[in-house]
Design a protein around this ligand. Structure first.
Ligand code: GTR
Length: 320
């Protein structure tokens, strides 16, 4: 081989990428940013074709397709991963984080890395966490001030046993359902309410149907960007590095957009005249969901993970 011979260029590759949200949502905007970053750093060789708005299926189904290799990159909430990767349950536990800052610090640190790494044996490569703020209850019927106000209400939850148990513990009837079905179900009265962060409550127009929003902020389960291990294993080491780097670079961009969007969504909701209940004391909600910890933290590993998160809060609290 002559000294001037160049290594062969790997073939160009387009990564099929999906997200349930519309193009202007912060998670999708972060994917567009990542896509540009990746195209630049790979000299146009690695590209992402982004399918927003759940075009490739609802999260639960699209995750299965991702595991089988039909989708390369998938941005989902941690909830639909709960039944696949037990470690993800811990980050969705009710009131485990004391603030958004606490959640960000945990996912940015060794615990976040551990949870991302735990996905690999299940066919997924965890690339980055995105923000999802805090989830709160909303409904069509009445303002929720105490768990008793939730009594008997049919509340849509994500496809996750954790959320089913959480809502049951609060006295409501949980109805697991995919995100895309919620609007119609609220209109038809098949459900009375649901729970989500400000941007999702607004972007889906659920706020136009369900006018009562109570800031329980019971879960801060973050979003996550996963890649199919099937695809990952066929990539050169250098391409893996570029993908990880582009995903990481999109996180601060996502967070900036997220904070702006939370403020804007909240304004839209308030301008619409919705009744937003601020809870002076969340203790009754916190107490009601505490038994959920024992239901799901059934191994020493999961308990230890939860304990470390609780202790990393400013109070170093040993219980949620
Ligand atoms: C949103 C999240 C989505 C999806 C949705 C839901 O906050 O960004 O990925 O999980 O909630 O409630 O299904």
């Amino acid at each position: 081989m002559s000294a001037l011979a160049l290594p062969a260029l790997a073939d160009p590759l387009t990564l099929r990428t999906t997200d349930t949200h519309p193009p202007d949502y912060p998670t999708v905007q972060a994917l567009y940013y990542m896509s540009e970053h990746l195209a630049r750093s790979s000299d146009g060789r690695l590209n992402m074709k982004i399918y927003p708005g759940g075009q490739l299926g609802e999260e639960k189904d699209s995750l299965e397709i991702t595991i089988f290799g039909g989708i390369d990159l998938n941005r989902v909430n941690l909830a639909p991963l709960n039944s696949i990767v037990p470690e993800t349950i811990v980050l969705g536990m009710p009131f485990i984080f004391e603030s958004i800052e606490h959640m960000r610090a945990v996912v940015d640190g060794p615990i976040g890395d551990e949870v991302l790494a735990a996905m690999e044996p299940h066919g997924l490569i965890g690339l980055a966490f995105y923000d999802s703020g805090a989830r709160s209850f909303y409904n069509v019927k009445r303002p929720i001030r105490t768990p008793a106000d939730l009594e008997g209400m049919k509340i849509r939850v994500q496809n996750s046993e954790l959320f089913v148990e959480m809502v049951s513990a609060l006295g409501a009837n949980p109805t697991p359902m995919s995100f895309g079905e919620v609007y119609e179900s609220l209109v038809l009265g098949t459900i009375d309410g649901s729970e989500n962060n400000w941007p999702s409550y607004e972007s889906t127009r659920h706020y136009e149907v369900a006018g009562f929003y109570t800031r329980t902020e019971h879960s801060m389960a973050p979003e996550v960007l996963v890649m199919s291990r099937h695809r990952w294993e066929r990539l050169a080491e250098e391409d893996r590095r570029l993908i990880r780097e582009a995903a990481r670079a999109s996180v601060p961009v996502m967070r900036r957009l997220w904070d702006q969007r939370v403020a804007r969504s909240r304004e839209v909701v308030l301008e619409n005249g919705n009744e937003v209940v601020e809870l002076a004391d969340k203790a009754p909600f916190r107490d009601a969901v505490r038994p959920v910890y024992d239901v799901f933290l059934t191994t020493p590993e999961l308990r230890d993970l939860a304990q470390r998160i609780l202790e990393s809060g400013s109070g170093g609290a040993a219980t949620p």
